[in-house]
Design a protein around this ligand. Structure first.
Ligand code: ADP
Ligand code: MG
Length: 761
């Protein structure tokens, strides 16, 4: 505490010194200002003097001259005077201002204020310390006071005790004296008695008297003895009291001692306390000191650590500055590289794209090839048979009996009971009467689809009138045939590919009657159309003037069909008759454009409802009927020839032998696919025609493919005329179903032999 007080005293002294210094400074400042103001006042004084002088001069001049010149001079002087007065006023104002606001922005003032504040703070601190010191002093004073009090009390009690002792001893002494005096008294009396007795009788009276007196005295002695006894008792009690008092004294002494000890202890404790307080204060001061030292050390280390941090910060700042300076360049660089990267990436993506496109094209090609191969494996020219159910028109009785049966294990075989004999035929597939339009279409579907890929497809319905050709191709409104289903399929397929392909589907409808081609959708149906070679030298054929309708939905085709029908109905008196004598063609063209590759495809789907294949009896036929029959014969035989030539891969295919084959030339040759749907009636009465149709079908089908077929002789197709000439029975053995043990094992050699047999007979 002393040290801290000394320290504070020192601090206070230092601050006082500082304060003194500051006050001195302030005084100097004030002196300065005073001198400045004095200076200014001096200036003012001089100015005033000057003014006075001027005035005197004026008066002098006025007295001297008194004229106008003097007046002028006076005026001049008056102006001068005025000016000077103004100047003086301004200076006075400045002086005043100076005095009012002495050095408003003097740095010392601020410093002074700060120092004064500091001083006041320090003074406050000193005050506090002083107050604390006074408190401590007070505490010490109180403690000493208490000590003095205790000592005083002790002294008092000691004095009291001594007094009491004294009193008691005095009393004891008194009592002893009394006892002594009392002891000496009886000896005197005995002596007197003896003397009296010696004086004897004479004094007997006296003795008596004396005796009485003695008695009395004895009584007195007794009394005295009693008194003595009493006294002794009293002494005893006194002694007891004394002992008691002694004990009490002892006790008091002990108490005194104890109090003394206590006091000493207390003093010791207080001493200890004091020491402890001092120690505590010292240790606290040390701790504080230590903390201050630590703080100082911390601050120092902080400062030390801050210096490198500052250095790194400066360094960072500099590098950042540099970076900022370099940033635009860097940015440009980065942008350039990013641009390069992006363009490179784009290039890469483009190349990948190209690669993908190439692969896609290759895959497309492959798929097409595979599909084509599949169709080719199934046969580019396929022959199906369809047997219609027995209808009411077939009538009743044995004539309407069923003559056609099927093989349960093989759906490509059918048996015909003709004149008591069963003839078997094998085609690519046979549809029994219960086969639905849908089932039939399922088999045709693949062909229709390949049309989208750009292949030409022909589907023919062949058979005698009433065998179900129109039913298969057109169907009924409730149960549509291949025509409508094919178009529907095309629409849905095209829609499915719409993401990549643009497709346009157009339809034309035509009729070939008596070798004349007519447009069923045209404005003038009677006009005969010609088939011509394309002038571009591609070898393609086209029909100038054939109407093409673009169709986009089922409603569109329905409209087209209706339109065609109406045409046909209005043109002909007997539609059934007419239709059985003419070939009806529905030509669907699918043109596609692959938006990604730019690839263009064109596929044609020819759906042909052929004229009735029934033979017209030679006798019954004449005139136009005969001509019709001859035309039909010719065109159907030509179709047979063409298909035969195609299937046997002959060098020459006689397309030009009929309008129908000529028109369908590009849809029958090359990669084109052909389906011949041979329609037959199962009725007993039709077996002869059925036989003919099935024979036609089997002949078309039995043409072998491959190199051997190519070499096959160019035999002529058995014409309808020829067939007509043959009796059904005689041509029956030629049916392969009879001869061949198993259609699958048929060798090309045996086939060629059989063909020879055919042609020969
Ligand atoms: P075509 O066209 O060959 O002369 P149609 O298609 O006009 O023969 O058929 C003659 C009759 O037989 C029609 O009344 C037709 O409805 C019916 N018909 C043909 N095939 C079937 C079949 N598969 N199922 C039901 N009826 C059929
Ligand atoms: Mg028909």
């Amino acid at each position: 505490v002393m040290a801290s007080m000394a320290h504070l005293q020192k601090e206070k002294l230092r601050l006082q010194e500082e304060l003194l210094e500051l006050q001195e400074k302030l005084a100097a400042q004030e002196n300065n200002e005073l001198s400045l103001s004095l200076q200014l006042q001096g200036q003012v004084e001089t100015l005033k003097e000057k003014l006075l002088e001027q005035a005197q001069e004026i008066s002098r001049l006025r007295s001297e001259l008194g004229g106008t010149d003097a007046e002028k001079h006076r005026d001049l002087l008056a102006a001068e005077n005025e000016r000077l007065r103004q100047e003086m006023k301004a200076l006075e104002g400045e002086l005043q201002r100076q005095q009012q606001a002495p050095c408003r922005d003097c740095p010392h003032l601020q410093e002074n204020a700060e120092l004064q504040e500091q001083l006041s703070q320090l003074q406050r601190e000193a005050e506090e310390t002083r107050a604390r010191l006074v408190e401590l002093d007070l505490e010490v004073q109180q403690k000493t006071n208490r000590l003095a009090e205790v000592e005083l009390r002790l002294k008092d009690s000691l004095a009291e005790r001594a007094e009491e002792e004294e009193r008691l001893s005095r009393r004891l002494r008194d009592s002893q004296e009394t006892i002594a005096s009392l002891k000496s008294q009886p000896q005197q009396i005995k002596y007197i008695i003896k003397t009296v007795e010696v004086e004897s009788a004479k004094v007997k009276q006296a003795l008596c008297e004396t005796q009485s007196r003695n008695q009395y005295l004895q009584e007195q002695v007794g009394m005295q003895k009693q008194v003595l006894k009493e006294m002794e008792q009293q002494l005893q009690s006194s002694q007891k009291t004394e002992a008691q008092l002694r004990a009490q004294i002892m006790m008091y002494e002990a108490e005194l001692e104890r109090a003394h000890g206590q006091m000493l202890e207390e003093m010791q404790a207080m001493e200890d306390e004091k020491n402890h307080a001092i120690e505590e204060a010292f240790s606290r001061a040390q701790v504080e000191m230590k903390a201050v030292h630590e703080n100082l050390a911390g601050v120092r280390t902080n400062l030390l650590t801050l210096q490198p941090a500052l250095r790194t910060l400066t360094h960072d700042y500099n590098s950042l500055k540099r970076q900022v300076r370099d940033f635009p360049l860097l940015l440009q660089e980065t942008l350039r590289s990013a641009r390069a990267e992006i363009s490179q990436a784009i290039e890469e993506v483009q190349s990948t794209n190209r690669e993908l496109l190439r692969k896609y094209r290759r895959e497309l090609q492959l798929r097409k090839k595979c599909h084509n191969e599949l169709v080719r494996l199934k046969g580019n020219i396929r022959v199906f048979g369809r047997v219609r159910p027995i209808t009411k028109e077939d009538g009743e009785g044995p004539e309407a009996a069923n003559a056609v049966t099927f093989d349960a294990d093989d759906d490509a075989v059918l048996h015909l009971l003709h004149k008591g004999k069963q003839v078997s035929f094998e085609l690519d597939k046979v549809f029994p009467p219960q086969a639905s339009q849908e089932e039939v279409f399922q088999e045709v579907q693949a062909l229709v689809t390949s049309c989208i890929d750009g292949y030409n497809v022909c589907i023919f319905a062949y058979g005698q009138t009433g065998a179900g050709k129109t039913y298969t191709m057109e169907g009924t409104a409730a149960n549509p045939g291949i025509n409508q289903r094919a178009l529907q399929l095309l629409f849905s397929e095209v829609r499915g590919k719409a993401a990549d392909w643009d497709y346009t589907i157009t339809v034309s409808a035509a009729e070939i009657y008596n070798e004349a081609l007519r447009d069923l959708l045209g404005k003038e149906p009677q006009e005969k159309l010609e088939i011509k070679l394309c002038p571009d030298g591609s070898g393609q054929l086209y029909v100038p003037g054939l109407t093409e309708f673009r169709v986009q939905s089922v409603e569109d085709i329905n409209k087209v069909f209706e339109f065609g029908h109406i045409k046909r109905v209005t043109e002909c008196t007997n539609l059934n008759e007419h239709s059985s004598r003419s070939h009806a063609l529905l030509i669907v063209t699918v043109r596609g454009l692959d938006r990604s590759t730019g690839l263009r495809t064109t596929g044609k789907l020819n759906l042909v409802d052929l004229a009735g294949s029934e033979r017209v009896g030679r006798s019954g036929a004449e005139g136009s009927r005969l001509r019709e029959a001859q035309h039909i014969n010719k065109s159907l035989s030509a179709l047979g020839d063409v298909i035969y030539a195609l299937r046997s891969r002959q060098g020459h295919v006689p397309f030009r032998n009929s309008k129908l084959t000529y028109l369908l030339q590009d849809s029958l040759s090359g990669d084109s696919k052909t389906l011949m749907m041979v329609q037959v009636s199962p009725a007993e009465k039709n077996t002869s025609e059925t036989l003919c149709s099935l024979k036609f079908a089997e002949r078309v089908r039995s043409v072998e493919l491959g190199p051997v077929s190519r070499k096959a002789e160019l035999g002529s197709w058995p014409s309808q005329e020829h067939l007509e000439g043959d009796s059904p029975g005689s041509s029956a053995p030629a049916g392969r179903g009879h001869a061949s043990p198993s259609p699958g094992q048929l060798s090309s050699r045996s086939a060629s032999i059989r063909r020879k047999l055919h042609t020969s007979g």
